[in-house]
Every structure is written in C-alpha cells, then in structure tokens.
Ligand binder design. Structure first.
Ligand SMILES: C=C(O[C@@H]1C=C(C(=O)O)C=C[C@H]1O)C(=O)O
Length: 247
C-alpha cells in the first residue's frame, strides 16, 4: 500500500496487550497508530479521519460501510471488572444514573439492562467531563475503563454490566471490535491479526511493562477481558445489536 493505514485504538489499559503486539510485529511499519477514548475514536472512524479503529460495537449501526477485520476484540464471558454501574445504594434505590461520555456500547448496554432486565425507573444524566464525584446518595454512575478500576475502590455497590448481560442472555458480550470503514488488502488484515495474536499470547511481559497498583492486570487480561472474537461472541454481539435495533 502506498500510504500507511491510520489505526486508532482505545487508550485504556485493556488495549495494552494489543498495542504490545503491534510494537513487536512488522505491521507497525504499515500503520499510523493513535489512541483516544472510545466515543472519540468512534467519531474519528465515522468521519473518515482514520481507516481502522477499535470502536464500540454500538457504533456499527451508524456506519455507512463497515468491515470487522480481526479475530480479536474487547469482550467478556462473565464479569469484565471495568464496565460497571457504581452506587452508594442498592440497585432498587437508585434514582438517577450518570452516563459515561467516553462510552457508546456500555451506555447502550446499561439502558438495555435497566429497561429489560432490572426493570428500574431511573433518570439518565449525560456527562461531558469529570462526573465521578457526583456518584453519591441515590445518584449512581456508569464508569468504564481505567477510571472504573479506580472507582471499584470507592463505591460500595458495584454492578458489572458484562456479568449481568451474561446472566440475562447466557451469551458473552463484545464491547469493542476492530472495524474498518473501507475494504483493506487481505495481506494487511492478516498481518494485523497476527500482531494482535502476539499481544494476547504475551500477557506476562505486557503486565511487567505496566506496573499498576489498583487492580491485578494479569487477572484483568486473562480472566476479565476475553480477547478472542469467537463465534459465541459474534452471536452475543448480534443479539445486542438486534436489541439496539428494536430501540
Ligand atoms: C471493557 C471495556 O470496554 C470498552 C467499552 C466501550 C464502550 O462502552 O463504548 C468501548 C471500548 C472498550 O474499551 C472498558 O473500557 O472497560
């Protein structure tokens, strides 16, 4: 290819294994890599500022053209640890929920669980900057990513969205997938996939490179997050997308 492929990845700890894979693979020469929070890179992919991004799957219905290009994703087969509803009171006492402006998938998943599974009567509040300090009394908050791992130390009630999705549907869940907004050469896709697999197979050095006191990253990378985009995860994603379609 004459020009480098512009790739945007999520800037949270959950992508460190995937980024490690790029750094240790010749595909790095073929890409221009940037990182940002999920809702930001979703907009970059929709606007054509990048060619490939690890975007929230809830973005898929908004795309004119999309290609899922990898066998790896940010998924979970049970609790994911970093996507939770945090609260000072139990679920049935919550009155309002702050939504995370950095998220697309988890906001949609939360609304789905509130309506179809927990059947709560709550008001949602949009955010655009720091809001975690507002999580108190009967005001709860959805928090994703590294900030969620921090919030686990603060909030007494923690409702893990991937865990509750799995209980509700018996399916695994996919938060984000590598999606291209145009068709890319098969050779590139193969190299890209290969690089991802290197990261996922090398969790030990990834953890060694990323000292983190707040949460055990080996647990996070091997038990909580599940990277392989398996047929069961594809089915789980389709189930989620069809819920979104029903509105
Ligand atoms: C598991 C996570 O998945 C993330 C959740 C996303 C979302 O809610 O839109 C998008 C990308 C993923 O990084 C997390 O960030 O903690």
């Amino acid at each position: 290819m004459e020009r480098k492929v512009k790739v945007a990845a999520v800037s949270y700890l959950n992508t460190r294994p995937l980024l490690y894979g790029f750094r240790n693979h010749p595909v790095m020469e073929m890409i221009d890599l940037s990182t940002d929070y999920p809702s930001k890179i979703a907009q970059q992919l929709i606007d054509g500022e990048v060619d490939v991004a690890l975007v929230p799957v809830a973005t898929i219905p908004k795309m004119k053209e999309y290609h899922i290009i990898s066998d790896y994703c940010i998924g979970a087969e049970g609790p994911v640890a970093s996507v939770c509803l945090f609260s000072e009171v139990p679920l049935n006492e919550i009155k309002r929920i702050y939504l995370d402006y950095q998220s697309r998938t988890s906001v949609a998943l939360l609304k789905l669980l509130v309506k179809e599974y927990w059947k709560l009567d709550v008001t949602f509040i949009e955010t655009s900057g720091q809001y975690q300090e507002n999580i108190k009394g009967t005001d709860a908050g959805l928090v994703i990513g590294d900030r969620a791992l921090e919030q686990r130390k603060i909030s007494p009630f923690i409702y893990d969205l991937a865990e509750h999705w799995t209980r509700f549907t018996s399916s695994p869940f996919v938060f984000a997938a590598w999606i291209a907004n145009k068709s890319l050469p098969g050779e590139f896709i193969q190299q890209f996939n290969d690089a991802n697999s290197i990261g996922v197979k090398n969790i030990l050095p990834v953890v060694a490179e990323n000292p983190y006191e707040i949460y055990d990253l080996t647990t996070y990378y091997t038990r909580d997050i599940s990277y392989p985009f398996t047929p069961a995860k594809r089915q789980g994603m389709q189930k989620f997308l069809s819920y979104l379609q029903q509105g």
